[in-house]
Design a protein around this ligand. Structure first.
Ligand code: LMR
Length: 334
């Protein structure tokens, strides 16, 4: 009796020591925006859910605001295995050689989130994510942010108001062409450097979903914002494939569940966060916000939609057509 009690005690002790001694699997999740954005909040949600669902077997460390890597470096770090998870914007996959992702950058290709989701939640989205595999990357999900608007220090009413201006863009050839269509000068720059570049006049203006503009305080150095909503900015959540495939199957399954839940959350909050940021920009009184009239919007479309055709050979007609088919977009009907 005594001996069996002792043995049971020793066994319990060994089990708890074993659990204590086992180090959690660490996932470093690096990103470039503020914690208080759709992506920042969704990354935190993933960290929380991953911890809960794996019962502490996985610890997700989130590094916001480019504190670990800036956007170009983070892609390299992921491929080298220095970080395990990222959520770069869809405009940042071109330099990796996956040019099809730039379809998301085509001006006015999505009228609203519903159209976007027909692509990201459907077979086209799935196919796009699968194109990352040969690069040593697995694509897990699409996370929403929002629609980009132009800002500058002078009013923007017509495309011509941007002529000759230096505009910061993400590293996408489609965005370069978009800016050229406006007769403006594209300047590719890491996100972490944009505020200072605007402040010092290295660039004159930029394009952002409002959550990014506001949380980086760009509105403090941009006097005018026109709600052109001319293009979409969102994310693909990606992991180092070798790391992901090497996880124990049960842990991977729990992480997939955590990803599903945080994706649902990300896509629920994206519009609300952007609307809230717009209110804050208006309240700040630092930036004049202009809502384009129907005619003004039509004038931007007229100049920017031809970028689709121009970029066909880069993105691939098949990918563009698949998106048109999913959303019902017809460039001839503008
Ligand atoms: C940008 O560089 O403007 C964005 O991609 C930043 C982000 O991750 O939302």
């Amino acid at each position: 009796m005594q001996v069996s009690k002792l043995l049971a005690g020793l066994f319990a002790c060994a089990v708890s020591f074993g659990a204590y001694a086992q180090q959690p699997i660490v996932i470093k999740f690096s990103h470039v925006v503020a914690a208080d954005t759709p992506k920042g909040k969704a990354a935190e949600m993933f960290a929380k859910k991953a911890g809960e669902l794996t019962k502490g077997k996985v610890k997700v460390e989130v590094y916001a605001n480019s504190t670990l890597y800036k956007d170009k470096e983070e892609m390299e770090a992921l491929q080298l295995g220095a970080v395990q998870m990222l959520a770069p914007s869809l405009a940042k996959f071109g330099p990796l050689g996956v040019k099809e992702f730039e379809v998301f950058d085509l001006p006015y290709i999505f009228d609203n989130y519903d159209d976007l989701h027909k692509v990201t939640n459907g077979p086209v989205g799935k196919k796009l994510l699968s194109k990352l595999e040969p690069k040593g990357i697995s694509g897990l999900a699409f996370w929403d942010n929002g629609f980009k608007s132009f800002s500058a220090n002078t009013p923007i009413r017509t495309p011509d108001d941007l002529r000759g201006k230096k505009l910061r863009i993400q590293s996408s050839k489609v965005l370069e062409e978009e800016v050229r269509a406006l007769k403006a000068l594209p300047q590719v720059m890491a996100f972490s450097e944009v505020y200072q570049a605007l402040q010092t006049g290295v660039v004159d203006g930029t394009e952002n979903p409002i959550s990014n503009l506001y949380t980086q305080k760009m509105h403090e150095v941009q006097k005018h914002l026109t709600l052109t909503e001319h293009g979409y900015l969102g994310y693909a959540v990606i992991v180092n494939k070798k790391f992901w495939d090497g996880l124990p199957a049960d842990v991977r399954g729990q992480l997939e569940k955590a990803m599903e839940e945080s994706t649902r959350y990300a896509n629920q909050i994206a519009k609300v966060e952007n609307d809230g940021a717009l209110d804050m920009v208006k309240k700040s009184g630092k930036t004049e916000v202009h809502v384009p009239t129907t005619q003004e919007r039509a004038a931007f479309k007229k100049v920017l939609v031809p970028v689709h055709k121009k970029m066909e050979s880069r993105i691939g007609k098949e990918t563009i057509d698949a998106v048109y088919k999913a959303t019902g977009f017809d460039p001839a009907k503008l």
